[in-house]
Design a binder for this molecule. Structure first.
Ligand code: LMR
Length: 402
């Protein structure tokens, strides 16, 4: 029956991890997947997560019963509070909903599939940044929403193409869906300033576009969880309705536990209830109910003052090591006199740097130097450490010169 099924291409990010693992070369470097690594190049279980693990293991009252379809209530509430702020007016007014989802991907999917079914502008396209995380296109197209792009990265300035972004927002049919990265943009590491967010919000409001934020790096951009939520809170203050997909994979290091949340900001508590009910109905048919463990860990930490401040310290450890690697890479390239400008390496923020390396250069890095990164030149800074940064800089120097 299945003779006509063709082979799907491998996922670009996970294929890189597999290729890296299969490579026996002793100097191989994995700068592909956005996952934190220690100075020793190892995954890191956050000490605060260890503590939460221990509390959960020792809790005799915990069982393995099903969670409700929308997930663990203490997790959903804490997630919404984390992103909107403890003093959020929208929360106080009862018009913020939340659904626990299968991490960020599941949250984007839950929001996208809701829009595919219930968004009143039936022909609306979803605009994603050019470039963006590859899964965005796949998720929206997968639920039948057509995907268009808005300019974001300006290769000339190696910064934000605000003019192009605003022009596309202005030209898009009213009621279009715009997927925005609130902080630590993946893959460019370039974020709008508060003044630029204001200009973006002005156009989004004037055109009646729908805002869909996807946040996977809260805590990695400015060094403060609150500051990293600036754009979202600003949009909420201005009265936007919106969806916010939240992932706890990176900021809790809970990659495989799939802890995520879709926060929903609406006009009234009644609309919030109705949307939640539809998301619950859809979620029941896809995953029935979400897994408990990751959500319990996150909830434990977010709802305990002491653990929360320990989490902030753990986050600083990760963010600061990444910042020091940016500086180290910049210094090495400068010392080598590598042609081109490299200030963007230190100017960009978050887990990634968009190096400007071309696809053919990336190919040489992989084949000659056993360095793995995505074809668009994105590197995960967390894959660098004091032992491999020189090797990587020399490899970059070679591919840029030849
Ligand atoms: C990445 O961009 O590398 C991460 O978000 C991992 C993923 O799921 O693609």
């Amino acid at each position: 029956i299945f003779e006509t099924v063709s082979k799907a291409p491998a996922d670009i990010i996970f294929a890189l991890t597999a290729d890296y693992k299969a490579d026996p070369h002793p100097d191989k470097v994995n700068l592909g997947v956005g996952a934190y690594r220690t100075e020793e190049g190892k995954p890191w279980v956050l000490p605060v997560v260890h503590k939460a693990d221990k509390i959960l293991v020792e809790d005799e009252h915990l069982d393995h019963e099903y969670l409700p379809i929308l997930g663990l209530e203490s997790f959903r509430k804490a997630s919404a509070k984390l992103i909107l702020g403890a003093d959020s007016k929208a929360i106080a007014e009862g018009r913020v909903g939340a659904a626990q989802c299968i991490s960020g991907t599941g949250a984007v999917y839950a929001g996208a599939s809701f829009l595919a079914k219930h968004y009143p502008f039936k022909q609306a396209a979803c605009y994603i940044s050019k470039p963006t995380w590859a899964n965005h296109r796949a998720i929206f197209e997968g639920v039948g929403i057509s995907v268009l792009e808005y300019p974001y990265w300006d290769p000339e300035t190696r910064g934000l193409d605000l003019k192009g972004m605003l022009a596309t927002m202005e030209g898009a049919p009213s009621g279009s869906i715009f997927l925005l990265h609130p902080c630590a943009h993946n893959p460019t590491g370039v974020d709008p300033t508060p003044d630029q967010w204001k200009q973006i919000a002005d156009v989004m409001e004037a055109k009646g576009h729908f805002t869909f934020f996807d946040t996977a790096y809260q805590g990695f951009a400015s060094g403060s969880l609150d500051k990293d939520a600036y754009s979202i809170r600003y949009f909420v203050e201005r009265g936007f309705e919106m969806f916010i997909a939240q992932s706890f994979s990176k900021n809790f290091g809970l990659y495989s536990e799939r802890a995520g949340n879709l926060t929903i900001v609406t006009k009234t508590p009644e609309i919030k209830d109705r949307i939640e009910s539809q998301i619950a109905k859809a979620q029941r048919a896809v995953i029935s109910n979400p897994p408990a463990y990751g959500a319990r860990v996150v909830s434990q930490v977010l709802n305990d003052e002491k653990l929360y401040s320990e989490w902030e310290e753990n986050l600083s450890t990760m963010a600061n090591r990444i910042i020091s690697m940016r500086q180290a890479l910049f210094d090495e390239l400068k010392a080598l006199g590598t042609p081109g400008t490299w200030n963007h390496i230190v100017d960009q923020i978050g887990m990634f740097s968009f190096t400007g390396l071309t696809t053919p250069q990336v190919k040489v890095l992989k084949e000659k130097y056993h360095v793995y990164l995505t074809d668009n030149g994105r590197i995960s800074m967390a894959g660098l450490n004091t032992k491999n940064v020189k090797y990587f800089a020399q490899a970059v120097d070679d591919v840029v010169r030849n």
